[in-house]
Structures are given as C-alpha cells and as structure tokens.
Design a protein around this ligand. Structure first.
Ligand SMILES: C[S@@+](CC[C@H](N)C(=O)[O-])C[C@H]1O[C@@H](n2cnc3c(N)ncnc32)[C@H](O)[C@@H]1O
Length: 480
C-alpha cells in the first residue's frame, strides 16, 4: 500500500531511532514518530513520506507505553529544547546507549559493548542559556524563548526546567525591560530591529550577554537595575552582530556593567569569557574529566590536546601528571586566553602551552610547531628522530623504552574531526583520547582510527538529560 503525506496510520512503536524518535513499521517500512515511547499504540498523521521511510506526528495515544512519564515542562513538545521528557530514565539511558552502539556498528562495522551513560542529575543541570528575542505582532509584546524544532519561530518561555530558578528570573527581568522601553526585535527577513539574543551562563555569579543588531544597547542602567533585584553579582556584556547568520555572537563582546570574576569550576577557579565553550553540565563534566585523567594515569609523555576550550581538562591533566607537557590548541581567542590565564594562575605555564589556532592548521604545520620533533616522528632521549621506535636510526634495542611517547586528546564540536587531523595522528601518537557529543561523527572518525589503533575503553555520559544528546569518551592505543 502506498503511503502519502496526510495519511493516518495506526501501529505499535517497536523500536527507537538514534534521535530518540519511536519507530512504527508497516511491513518493512519505518515511520519515525517524535515523542513516542516503545510499546505505545498510536494513531499517527504522516507529515513527510520518502522512498524508504516516513515521518509522522502523534494524533492519538490509543494505548500508552509503560515507559511514559508526565513531562515536567508545559512547553515540552512545542519548544525545540528537549525530546525525551516523556520517557522514564531507564528508557532515556537505553536510547542513548543504543545510539552510540548502532552508530559504531553501522559506520565502523564493529559490535562494541557500550555501557549505559553515567547519569548524575535529571533537571536544572544546564549552566548556559541562549535565547532569541521574539515579537508577537498581534499583542505587541516582546518575549524570550526557544525556537520551535526545525524552525525559527520563537516559542515564548517563562522558565525552563533544564535550568535552575535563575533562568526564570533572567527571562522575567530582560523581557520586562525590553517591553518597558519598547525596544525593537531583530527580524531575520528584513534585517531590521535591535534585540537578537540573550546568552547567559550561571556559575557562582551570572554572566549575561545581549546580542544586538545596532551600535549600542540603550537603557543599560535600567536593565542593570532590574537584574539587581534578583542577582547580587553579575557581569553584563554586549555583542554587536549585524550579519544575517545563525551564529549568535558578533566578533566582539564588550563588558558594559559589573566585573568578570573567576568561577568555581570543580578543581579550581577560572574566568569563563562569554564566547568560550564550557560543558553545560558541570557535575558530569567533572566526572568525564576524572575519567580522562584516570585513563592517562600511567602516561608520562607529552600531550597534544586539540579543541581544548578554556583549558580546564588541560589544567587537571597537568596537575595530575607532573611530568607531562601539554600543548592545548583552541580556535576561539577568548577561550585560549582564558586557558593561558588559568595555567599561569596554577603555576603550570612552563608545562602547558596554550596555542590559539585552527586544529587542522596546527597539525598541518606541526613540523614547525613541534620544532625538531614533528608529530609523525618519535623523539628519543638522545634526540634521534624516528618514525617508530623500531626504525630508530641508532638501532638500539631498548629504544622503545626511551622514546618520548605522545597522547592526542580530541574534543571536537558536533561535526567531528577533519580527516587531516586523523591522518596526522596515525603513527604519531601512542594513545588517542576522543571525547565526542555526536555518535555519528565519532563513528566516522573511529572508522579511520581503528585501522591503526585498538579500543581500550569506551564510556558514555548523560551530559544532556531529557534530550537525545549523549557524550562519549573513547580511549585508543596504537596497535604498533
Ligand atoms: C566540544 S568543545 C570542547 C572544549 C573543551 N575540551 C572542554 O571540555 O570544555 C570544542 C572546542 O573546540 C573549539 N574549536 C572548534 N573548531 C575548532 C578548530 N577548527 N580548531 C580548534 N578549536 C576549535 C571550540 O571553540 C570549542 O572550544
């Protein structure tokens, strides 16, 4: 039977897709249904039909699955923030474990035991919020909200249970201020209007950036006055972004009110600039970093860390591995600067070299960066350069022992690593630690690395509870 857009079908959810959607099968033909649960009997309207699959929306839950729970958030299903709030914790964990396992099977052709993710919190875990401003033409009201899934329509929010109380207070202050002074909201179609985004990070104190399409932010003191009602201490930044782009920040971010203060970040205090990346779930971040440190506990060589952010992991490793020298490469200047300051404050700057560079550019120019010790060679204590200990020019049987070993740490954004990085890594590093927030690109990159490296360990982390996101840690060792 040919299925068409708009058709209503009835069926039972028999599996989950890697994005967390339920799958109903008619014959062998899969229909992907968001917000469905395994065992649900559903009536579904087909919204999109392709040759080999279709997508549908729930019209009626005929018989609910036992895995269903009542979503805590009234916006769930409308705003594009979460996709698994309707499921109990064990289902969420299983979906994520499976998404990593099936990506490895499908892309790498390997059947690997993937453990369930480590879950340390359920709600109110996010330390960062980025909300676009919206404008309702009918009511004339300005709001803050998340975009609807796969759209740029703002769903106005009063709070978000993935963030603490602070987010509700922030939304209240900023939208009241924008409405009181009748400020204009940026319109993507016309390129007109001032207010674009609010980006906030709540650690010990609040850091808040208003992104604008204009020269300056008006009524600044009035905004600060409103914020002071709820927040004792905050730093307010303005970033000008006049480009018609999905990138939130403009090139520069300027502090306009308050002071940027060091924040408690697990093992130590550090400044986190607004544009710097910081893992959104602090508890899980600390557990992940502990595991990376444990994986390298017996390692006394040099470490190259690509995509190093503000150098939190870098600093932890430098403190735990007293003989390790670490080169931390990060493209965002403010993050690299934060990392340098942290290393200096901790007195480890002689062993931590923070380089602001594109990871690909760094690796491609590694010959220069590594001085006499290019990354595709190992260096003996007596300064022989060799492609591998066996090929050491000195022909010393014990050479392997005293060749300086290297570890590469990779923690790329969702798109994973450029193949040039992987090419450079192979044969140059004894170990590779890969941290990933995207099972698909992780599997793609591992497929290349598995030719020369064997898997030592794989762990998964619930960095993003209630959503389908998953963080994975993989430790590899050279087969040579
Ligand atoms: C997933 S974050 C990881 C950051 C850090 N390892 C941490 O745990 O906080 C990825 C980082 O890579 C940086 N980045 C993105 N593209 C890059 C590139 N081409 N070269 C170097 N760094 C890059 C981002 O600015 C970001 O800080």
């Amino acid at each position: 039977m040919e299925l068409l857009k708009g058709d209503i079908i009835q069926g039972v959810v028999s599996d989950y897709a890697s994005g967390g959607e339920g799958i109903i099968k008619t014959g062998n033909f899969p229909i992907f249904v968001p917000f469905a649960a395994l065992g649900d009997e559903l009536r579904v309207r087909l919204s999109f039909v392709k040759k080999d699959c279709a997508f549908g929306e729930i019209v009626e839950i005929v018989s609910p699955s036992q895995s269903r729970v009542k979503p805590r958030c009234p916006y769930f299903g409308k705003c594009g923030g979460c996709d698994l709030q309707h499921l109990d914790i064990s289902s969420q964990l299983e979906i994520k474990r499976k998404s990593v396992k099936s990506a490895l099977r499908r892309i790498c052709g390997r059947d690997i035991d993937v453990p369930l993710p480590l879950r340390l919190n359920d709600f109110e875990y996010r330390n960062k919020l980025a909300l676009p401003f919206g404008f309702n033409k009918k009511s004339g009201r300005i709001s803050l909200g998340f975009y609807e899934k796969k759209s740029h329509k703002v769903v106005p929010l009063k709070f978000c249970p993935l963030h603490g109380e602070w987010a509700a207070k922030l939304i209240e202050c900023v939208s009241a201020w924008a409405n009181e002074f009748s400020l204009s909201v940026y319109d993507e179609e016309t390129g007109q209007g001032l207010l674009r985004h609010v980006v906030a990070r709540m650690l010990d104190t609040l850091s808040l950036t208003i992104v604008i399409n204009g020269k300056a932010l008006p009524y600044l003191d009035e905004l600060a006055l409103k914020l002071k009602v709820y927040f004792n201490d905050f730093a307010l930044f303005v970033s000008v972004n006049r480009k018609n782009t999905n990138v939130i920040f403009g090139d520069d971010v300027k502090l306009v009110y308050g002071v940027e203060k060091p924040q408690n970040l697990g093992a130590f205090k550090a400044v986190v600039s607004p544009k710097s990346f910081l893992q959104v779930n602090s508890k899980v971040r600390d557990a992940l970093y502990d595991d990376v440190a444990a994986a390298l506990n017996d390692f006394d060589g040099n470490i190259v860390e690509l995509f190093s952010g503000i150098g939190l992991l870098t600093a932890q490793l430098a403190l735990r591995l007293p003989s390790a020298k670490i080169t931390a490469v990060e493209i965002e200047p403010s993050a690299s600067m934060d990392a340098s300051k942290l290393a200096k404050n901790l007195g480890i700057e002689s062993r931590v070299n923070c380089v602001c560079d594109d990871a690909v550019h760094y690796i491609e120019n590694a010959q220069e960066n590594f001085g006499k010790n290019p990354p595709n060679m190992l260096e003996c204590e007596d300064k022989h350069l060799t492609l591998s200990p066996e090929k050491c020019g000195k022909n010393d049987k014990n050479c392997e022992k005293h060749c300086i070993k290297r570890t590469l740490i990779l923690d790329p954004p969702r798109k994973g690593c450029d193949a040039k990085i992987l090419e450079a890594a192979i044969g140059s590093f004894e170990r590779i630690v890969y941290i990933s927030c995207n099972p698909q690109t992780l599997a793609r990159d591992l497929k290349i690395l598995f030719e020369s490296y064997e898997l030592c360990d794989i762990k998964t982390y619930e960095m993003f509870p209630e959503t389908s996101g998953i963080e994975t840690l993989v430790v590899l060792k050279s087969k040579k």
